[in-house]
Design a protein around this ligand. Structure first.
Ligand code: ZN
Length: 336
């Protein structure tokens, strides 16, 4: 049975992988800078269907980052994303960002994290959405920058921050600068995820797992290059945060038909469906689900199962997991 867009939109969903600086709506951009016209936004903030590569894709965030350097604009960006969550019926969302990218103006890294976490906690309360903030170090950061980000994660853990991540371009940026940062946060019991298997292949996922020991992998779509790795991911119950449209844009996958999500699902890997960058990818969770229905004939059963896996691997307490899990059961089981 073909599910309507409005029905998919109404289903409660979980978003584990979305970047704050890649997800500004036109409405909020216009408030931040009234000179930005809709066509400028379409051309520069939203990425083309296919970028040259991941690096080209990432450069699309530069326009948003320029606007996200003041306290007022950081608050607006967080509120805007929670409003988008409401429209998409996200009941649990983990928002990630790299605090050190927001210190070109008046703000110190600590102020940035304080503003984002406080705003996120308020928005969660007001909108009855659970989740929190993941702080990202970036592949091209030096060791000092990475350690600074890790220290912020430790300082704000359980005060809005719920996890740690490494993002940005895998190509040409080995992990050595980040080993200490991951060690530091993991010593504090902070859960970790890591982008890998996007711009580079299975060997990068292996390297990331061996050196950083994350519980989840951001993307990991190129893991299908190595059957041994696929078995390892399944046996170790490592969750994959899959972002279909983003993977096509960055050329991690040729097109949606050849995207490995369906294969990975049927192999029994733990995975979820995410947007990555709501602006750059011009998408929503609803839209990602619709694409999977169209291309792979995914049904409500697939969406239920992905959301159940997502909450199982979410960076939150057992109590919140139970609340969200019950909400999923209540909304989906009557259709199964
Ligand atoms: Zn990402």
């Amino acid at each position: 049975m073909q599910l309507k867009g409005s029905f998919i939109q109404s289903l409660p969903k979980i978003e584990l992988h979305v970047h704050l600086d890649c997800s500004l709506s036109y409405d909020v951009v216009k408030k931040m800078d009234p000179q930005v016209t809709e066509s400028y936004y379409q051309q520069h903030f939203i990425g083309p269907v296919r970028c040259n590569d991941l690096s080209d894709y990432l450069q699309r965030a530069d326009h948003a980052l320029k606007l996200m350097q003041t306290s007022e604009h950081m608050v607006m960006a967080v509120e805007d994303l929670y409003d988008q969550f409401m429209r998409d019926h996200i009941i649990y969302g983990e928002i990630r960002f790299a605090p050190l990218l927001h210190t070109k103006g008046e703000l110190t890294p600590k102020q940035v994290v304080r503003i984002v976490t406080q705003t996120a906690l308020r928005c969660q309360e007001e909108r009855n959405i659970k989740g929190g903030i993941i702080l990202c170090t970036l592949r091209h950061f030096n060791q000092e920058e990475s350690m600074k980000t890790a220290a912020l994660a430790c300082q704000f853990y359980n005060k809005g921050v719920i996890g740690f991540d490494i993002a940005s371009d895998e190509l040409g940026h080995p992990l050595n600068n980040h080993l200490e940062a991951f060690k530091k946060v993991q010593e504090q019991g902070i859960p970790c995820t890591a982008h890998a298997g996007e711009a580079r292949g299975a060997e990068s996922v292996w390297e990331t797992l061996e050196k950083l020991h994350p519980q989840r992998i951001g993307h990991g779509v190129r893991s299908t290059e190595d059957d041994h790795l696929l078995r390892h991911l399944k046996n170790k119950n490592i969750h994959l945060e899959i972002c279909p449209t983003s993977n096509i844009q960055t050329r991690a996958c040729k097109d949606l038909h050849s995207h490995p999500i369906d294969k990975m699902y049927h192999l029994g890997l733990s995975l979820s469906v995410n947007t990555d960058a709501r602006t750059i990818s011009n998408t929503t969770s609803t839209r990602e689900y619709l694409l999977l229905q169209e291309v792979f004939k995914w049904t409500i059963e697939h969406f239920y199962s992905c959301n159940k896996e997502a909450i199982k691997h979410a960076f939150t307490s057992g109590t919140i997991k139970k609340v969200i899990d019950d909400q999923l059961d209540k909304a989906y089981l009557k259709y199964l």
